[in-house]
Unconditional design. Structure first.
Length: 87
């Protein structure tokens, strides 16, 4: 079975920003993020909580993925490297 990881992302922009979160194309397909679309607070405001899940569907091994939070209005992105060791 899979597991979940909760990530609190601190806001980095001067204004409220829409975001789109997802995994890079070279990431293991068992990873997902929720919510994938939302609005991030401005700098100094409340964190945005994202939940990363891994559903390996019976596979075992070390899976990695690149979580990308795209902030298109600010022309920036926040990236995390995620690794799941599945037995």
């Amino acid at each position: 079975s899979g597991g979940e990881l909760v990530i609190d992302v601190a806001p980095v922009c001067m204004t409220f920003e829409d975001y789109f979160a997802g995994f890079s194309a070279d990431s293991h397909p068992s990873f997902a993020v929720s919510p994938a679309i939302g609005r991030m607070d401005r700098r100094g405001g409340e964190v945005t909580t994202l939940t990363v899940s891994c559903n390996p569907q019976g596979q075992a091994g070390s899976f990695s993925g690149g979580l990308v939070i795209n902030l298109p209005e600010d022309n920036s992105k926040i990236c995390y490297k995620i690794t799941a060791n599945v037995f």
